[in-house]
Design a protein around this ligand. Structure first.
Ligand SMILES: *Cc1c(COP(=O)(O)O)cnc(C)c1O
Length: 405
């Protein structure tokens, strides 16, 4: 496999007219080592953020042994790619067939639930042919938490409330070899305080249920860096999480788990696009809302950008930076990304733009709509545009880091 030094070398060599995903295995390796060494517990990877086998292998090689899967397709993918990986089926609403295949064919023992119906489904699907109940289930009850500190809410869909949780914990205890509580604070949580409410609810649920809890899984939500979104250091998150975990009324050998997607994957990839047309301060580029830029279009997520002149343009850009918006390649008006994306004022059709920090929820979101969205993948050796893990960050203001009450 050829490794290009950077986007400019890719442009010089390939003059690509289709979008390309530029992968940085070294950056994902660094993120994995950071979490495995510094998170005070077990770190899973939430596969939905980026299921590419290349990334899964890098994470595995750098110490990530547990994988949060949400569909039977993800179960099969991880089973095939990393046969020794431990999988946890964390979607609270699964089909009976998916549960049965995961348990009986892929040795998945850990399942998440937020209703009594789902518990019944799991127990029935995992029983032996003669009806013997499974004795090795590890069940996680998902609590609902608010997403007020997260840029992307995940609060309305899943999780049981504090009225339902005690009964569900007691019922799940009857069928569990191992019982856990989990919550998910939403994605890109900009303050460690996001997790404190989850711990408060966990504590209340345990006090009410009076059952033995073997593990707490605090979900994902750890941030990455994007323009206008500079989070506090992840070490601050880990410190606050560990303190709250240790204060819970649980067994001394209870385990702490987390399941980041974004923070492990975002630095892995950037996207190289070509400008097909310029119309004032709007650039028509060859990837967009239906490709790797779903979040840029649908939730106005901003990504860092870098322009490279078309091959053959001997000089660089001459004009100062100005703000642009993007149109994607499909015929749909919604294929629009407001940005703003600061780029040289003389950027023109034929020039290239590298869009950074797209390893999480980038290529993973692409569809085949209108015949676009199938970007090829290339490996590059340079640094991601931003990094939480390089050790060279200037400490941001700590005003949104909260101490323990
Ligand atoms: C999406 C998801 C994650 C990963 O979230 P990130 O914000 O990418 O860290 C983890 N757990 C659950 C249950 C999820 O739905």
């Amino acid at each position: 496999m050829y490794i290009y030094p950077d986007a400019r070398a890719v442009i010089r060599d390939l003059e690509p007219e289709e979008p390309l995903i530029l992968n940085r295995p070294h950056a994902a390796a660094r993120a994995a080592r950071f979490f495995t060494q510094k998170f005070p517990g077990t770190c899973m990877y939430a596969v939905k953020a980026n299921p590419s086998p290349g990334l899964l292998n890098v994470l595995w090689d750098n110490g990530i042994t547990h994988y949060d899967v949400a569909s039977i397709t993800e179960v099969r993918l991880v089973a095939e790619t990393l046969p020794k990986a431990q999988m946890c089926f964390m979607h609270p609403v699964k089909t009976r067939k998916a549960i049965a295949e995961a348990y009986h064919q892929h040795s998945v023992k850990t399942f998440c639930l937020d209703t009594a119906e789902e518990l019944d489904k799991i127990v029935a699907a995992c029983a032996g042919e003669d009806g013997t109940p499974a004795a090795d289930l590890r069940l996680l009850v998902r609590l609902r938490v608010t997403s007020e500190y997260a840029e992307l809410s995940l609060a309305s869909k899943f999780g049981c409330d504090l009225i339902e949780a005690p009964g569900l914990l007691q019922a799940a205890r009857q069928h569990s070899d191992w019982l856990g509580i989990t919550f998910h604070v939403g994605s890109q949580a900009m303050s460690p305080f996001a997790y404190v409410q989850g711990f408060d609810r966990t504590r209340a649920a345990i006090a009410e249920a009076q059952v033995v809890i073997d593990m707490i899984d605090i979900g994902g939500g750890f941030p990455s860096i994007y323009p206008g979104m500079e989070p506090p250091p992840l070490e601050d998150y880990f410190r606050i999480i560990e303190k709250h975990f240790e204060a819970l009324p649980i067994a001394y050998n209870a385990e702490l788990w987390c399941e980041p997607g974004r923070a492990l994957a975002s630095e892995y990839s950037s996207l190289l696009v070509q400008v097909d047309r310029r119309r004032g301060d709007e650039l028509f580029i060859n990837d967009g809302a239906y490709g790797a830029l779903y979040d840029a279009a649908h939730v106005d997520w901003r990504y860092p950008v870098q322009a490279s002149p078309a091959r053959g343009a001997s000089e660089g850009f001459r004009e100062d930076t100005q703000d642009f918006a993007f149109f994607g390649p499909t015929c749909d008006d919604a294929d629009y990304m407001a940005g703003p994306f600061p780029l040289p004022g003389d950027i023109a059709a034929g020039d290239y733009i590298e869009i950074g920090m797209l390893g999480a929820y980038g290529a993973a979101m692409a569809t085949g709509f209108n015949g676009f969205g199938n970007a090829a993948q290339i490996v590059v050796a340079d640094e991601p545009m931003e990094s939480l893990f390089r050790g060279d960050r200037v400490m941001p203001e700590l005003d949104n880091v909260v101490s323990l009450r």
